[in-house]
Design a binder for this molecule. Structure first.
Ligand code: PXP
Length: 259
């Protein structure tokens, strides 16, 4: 039977907007509570080393007040490990981080830092946190992820979404490049299942790109942020999240009917 799919709403860019002026508005905690009412199954927040959006106080408030699970995104550093162990969130997603990047550009090189990641996975797991590794949908990274003992991987969907947008900007339907990137995600999700890894996906997803990913039976959670916060400027956060949920559920219902 096909499992339902969860939506994790990433509220980083509510904090980006707040920080543009300093002060307290718009409040990420208020957005998180609204997201939960609109159908988010969990909230994701990325505490970056440079605190460019979410700050430590946000994590404290989210940890204290949220009634849905918190997924703390972070780099695998000692500083972040100490913060995560203090709050013991439901989940931690380990991501690569470079100060000069605008967003998380690629997945973790798990194969290249297997011992460090294994230690993080063990320490966070010991604190009761479920760890996922954010990786590109590559066989080598998936096999390395499984070897760290992490229970979950999150597949980076950015290349697929970029290819889709590029084709759309040229006035074209999804092209070979889009299909190639989607095929990599399909194969990655299948391999994750074979390796016994729970499979999540995210980055760059929009109303136009979400359905083919939500339709993958192995993918049980999507984490979506930037598009929803942007769309909120036009239709409101509540309506944007409800529409995303609807599209995900439609895609899922079709899979369930076919299986
Ligand atoms: N998943 C991970 C691991 C991410 O780093 C991000 C971006 O912070 C997302 C999902 C959400 O991506 P987007 O904001 O493009 O929807």
């Amino acid at each position: 039977m096909t499992q339902p799919i969860r939506l994790g709403v990433n509220i980083d860019h509510i904090a980006t907007l707040r920080n543009a002026r300093g002060g307290r508005h718009p409040d990420p905690l208020r957005a998180a509570k609204l997201a939960a009412r609109a159908g988010a199954d969990g909230i994701t927040a990325h505490l970056r080393e440079d605190r460019r959006h979410i700050v430590d106080r946000d994590i404290e408030r989210l940890s204290a007040e949220l009634t849905v699970p918190l997924n703390l995104e972070m780099a695998a550093t000692d500083e972040m490990l100490a913060i995560a162990k203090r709050h013991a969130p439901h989940a931690c997603c380990l991501v690569p981080e470079r100060r000069e990047e605008v967003t998380t550009e690629g997945g973790l090189d798990v194969a290249g830092q297997q011992e460090t990641l294994k230690r993080c996975v063990g320490e966070l797991g010991g604190a009761g946190t479920r760890v996922s590794l954010f990786i590109d949908p590559d066989r080598k990274q998936l096999e390395a992820a499984a070897a760290t003992g992490a229970p979950v991987v999150e597949l980076h969907t950015g290349a697929y979404c970029d290819a889709f947008l590029e084709a759309a900007a040229q006035g074209q339907a999804p092209d070979d490049a889009t299909r190639r990137e989607l095929d990599r995600i399909v194969a990655g999700a299948r391999l994750a299942g074979e390796l016994g890894l729970e499979c999540h996906a995210g980055h760059g997803l929009t109303f136009d790109t979400v359905k083919p990913v939500a339709a993958l039976a192995q993918v049980v959670e999507l984490n979506i942020g930037h598009f929803l916060v942007g769309e909120a400027a036009f239709v409101g956060l509540d309506a944007a999240i409800r529409r995303m949920r609807e599209l995900m559920d439609e895609a899922r219902a079709r899979v369930a009917a076919a299986s």
